[in-house]
Design a protein around this ligand. Structure first.
Ligand code: NAG
Ligand code: NAG
Ligand code: NAG
Ligand code: NAG
Length: 227
C-alpha cells in the first residue's frame, strides 16, 4: 500500500513538474521574440527639452551633474550630495523629469537605451512617478551590484554594467498594470500602486546602500501613448 501511494505521489508530482515546465515555456515564448513589439499600437510623441527638466542637488549648477552630448544624456550624483530642493528629505538625485507628459489615465510608454557604469549601485535609474501614499512611485527600476531590479527585488536582469540595454516600460493606468521589457523581452508585469498623477523619470536617484558615485546614461528617449 505504502509503495503504491508513493508511486502515485511521484506520478502526480511528475505531472505537476511537467505542467510547470510547459507553463514556464509558454510564458517565455510569449514574453520574448519577434512577436513581442512593446511599441506596437503606440504613437511616439514629440520630445525635446521643453518636455523635461533636470532635478539635481539644489546647491550645484546643472552642468556639474548633467550633460547632453552627441545625443547622450549623462546624469551623475554623489551619495554626499544635497537633495533636489532645500525642503526635500529625500536622498540625492539627478533625474530627467518628463513633466511635459504628466498623465492620469490611458496607456503610456517610456522607451530608451540606458547605460550604467560599473560601480554604480543602490540607485533608482528609472521610475514611474506617482502612487497612493505612502508610496511615491508606481515603478522603480534600480541597480544593485550590477543587477537591474524591480524595487529591491526581484532581479530582472543580472550583469548590466558597462553596456547599453533597451528599456520599455508600459503603464496601463486604467488596468493598474505596469510591464517592463528589457531588450525586447518582458521581464515583469507588476500591479499599479494607485495615484492620479504620473510621469516618467530617468537618471540616478540614491536609495539605501548607495555607492559614493552614481551615474547612468540615456539615449533615444521616447514617450509614447496608445492610440
Ligand atoms: C519642442 O517640440 C514642440 C512640439 O514639436 C515644438 O512646438 C517646440 O518648439 C519644441 N521646442 C524646442 C525647444 O525645440
Ligand atoms: C567592476 O569593477 C570591479 C572593481 O574594479 C571589478 O572587480 C569587476 O570585475 C568589475 N565588473 C565588471 C562587470 O566589469
Ligand atoms: C552588494 O555587494 C556587497 C559587497 O559584495 C554586499 O555586501 C551587498 O550585500 C550586496 N548588496 C546587494 C543588494 O546584493
Ligand atoms: C544597507 O543599509 C542598511 C540601512 O542603512 C544597513 O542596515 C545595511 O547593513 C546595509 N547593507 C549593506 C550591504 O551595506
Amino acid at each position: 500500500m505504502a509503495y503504491s501511494f508513493h508511486s502515485l505521489a511521484f506520478f502526480c508530482s511528475s505531472i505537476l513538474i511537467f505542467k510547470l515546465i510547459s507553463l514556464h515555456q509558454s510564458a517565455l515564448a510569449w514574453s520574448c521574440g519577434p512577436d513581442v513589439r512593446p511599441t506596437q499600437g503606440f504613437v511616439s510623441l514629440p520630445f525635446n527639452r521643453s518636455y523635461y527638466h533636470i532635478q539635481k542637488p539644489y546647491d550645484v549648477p546643472e552642468d556639474q551633474r548633467y550633460c547632453f552630448i552627441d545625443g547622450v544624456h549623462k546624469c551623475w550624483v554623489y551619495s554626499t550630495d544635497k537633495p533636489h530642493t532645500t525642503t526635500s528629505q529625500t536622498l540625492p538625485r539627478t533625474e530627467i523629469a518628463i513633466q511635459g507628459y504628466g498623465y492620469s489615465s490611458g496607456v503610456w510608454e517610456f522607451e530608451a537605451y540606458a547605460y550604467v557604469p560599473n560601480g554604480t549601485s543602490g540607485v533608482c535609474i528609472m521610475q514611474v512617478f506617482g502612487a497612493t501614499a505612502p508610496h511615491a512611485s508606481t515603478l522603480m527600476l534600480r541597480v544593485y551590484n550590477g543587477s537591474l531590479t524591480y524595487y529591491r527585488a526581484p532581479v530582472l536582469v543580472p550583469n548590466i554594467y558597462d553596456k547599453w540595454f533597451k528599456i520599455n516600460v508600459v503603464h496601463d493606468v486604467d488596468a493598474a498594470k505596469v510591464r517592463v521589457f528589457i531588450d525586447g523581452c518582458l521581464k515583469i508585469e507588476a500591479d499599479g500602486r494607485g495615484g492620479t498623477s504620473h510621469a516618467f523619470k530617468c537618471g540616478v536617484y540614491a536609495q539605501m546602500n548607495d555607492s559614493t558615485y552614481m551615474e547612468s546614461r540615456w539615449k533615444d528617449i521616447k514617450v509614447l501613448r496608445k492610440r
